[in-house]
Design a protein around this ligand. Structure first.
Ligand code: ZN
Length: 286
């Protein structure tokens, strides 16, 4: 019977993530255009027709409308449904990391964190807070990755939010100590900054933007320095592989550059859950 409960819980967690993923689609579309993302109706980007609740059910509307706008027949970008599915998956991943029965990161939570909560049953509240913090960081990463991909710019508000969640992670995230959080601010951002300056002056190449450097500073504060190095390492591998893919398929010429933020976001996201196994695996070779 317990398995039925777990399935219901996961369906519920996925649904919440998918609904939030749907809202992130709105942010990704409206923030770069300077549109209000709280007020105003949802509308079709092609014909501007107002969308009604039945047009906006995450995942299902896209499938039932046969991937076309009900009003103008223009195809709907698969990106919307993709982000809804990713939103659901990220919610499930955050939940799995801290909540029973799996809770593989729950053991690393600080004992002192629970003392900050004047609420009974802190054994549940503390992992729940960690789950929420992780999920919000992942939502920021997903949103800023798309905005960087579309506009080659990362709005500063995301750096601020991730840094603020880093402050919360000192109490509600894995117990890595304040020093690790503080060193994390510079461990990836400073080398990236030096590489950026050297490449800019020596070769006239703009490899990274300031947005990437600020992202690694904020994420470094959140992750702590050990996991930030893993995140940077993964980000460079993912970004490099994507660059080779673009060159191979001739989507971009050798001199053009692409947004590096999405690769860094992917690295940070993976490091949030798997940094320790990756670190142990890598150190096993030494
Ligand atoms: Zn339309």
């Amino acid at each position: 019977m317990l398995i039925v409960v777990y399935v219901i819980v996961y369906v519920f967690v996925f649904a919440i993530g998918a609904v939030i993923g749907s809202f992130l689609n709105v942010l990704i579309y409206r923030l770069p255009l300077g549109l209000d993302y709280v007020k105003g109706f949802s509308f079709c980007p092609a014909c501007k027709h107002r969308l009604y609740p039945l047009d906006l059910v995450p995942i299902f509307s896209y499938l039932f409308l046969k991937r076309k706008c009900r009003y103008c027949g223009e195809p709907i970008s698969p990106r919307y449904m993709t982000n809804e599915i990713i939103g659901g998956a990220l919610a499930c991943a955050s939940w799995t990391a801290f909540m029973p029965p799996f809770g593989f990161l729950a053991d690393t939570l600080p004992a002192g964190g629970a003392l900050l909560l004047p609420i009974p049953n802190a054994e549940v509240i503390l992992p729940l807070a960690s789950t929420a913090i992780y999920f919000v960081v992942l939502c920021c990463l997903l949103t800023l990755a798309w905005i960087d991909h579309d506009t080659m710019e990362i709005p500063d508000r995301f750096h601020v939010i991730i840094a603020a969640l880093g402050a919360l992670a000192i109490f509600f995230g894995p117990d890595i100590g304040l020093k690790s959080h503080l060193i994390g601010i510079g461990v990836a951002s400073v080398p990236l900054f030096i590489i950026m300056i050297v490449l800019l002056f020596a070769r006239g190449v703009e490899a990274f933007g300031f947005g990437d450097i600020k992202l690694m500073a904020a994420a470094g504060f959140f992750l702590g320095w050990q996991h930030t190095l893993v995140a940077l390492f993964l980000g460079i591998i993912i970004g490099g592989a994507y660059g080779v893919y673009l060159l191979a398929t001739r989507k971009k010429g050798g001199q053009e550059h692409f947004a590096f933020g999405p690769a860094l976001c992917a690295g940070i996201g993976i490091a949030m859950f798997a940094a320790d196994p990756i670190l142990n695996w890598y150190l096993g070779f030494l």
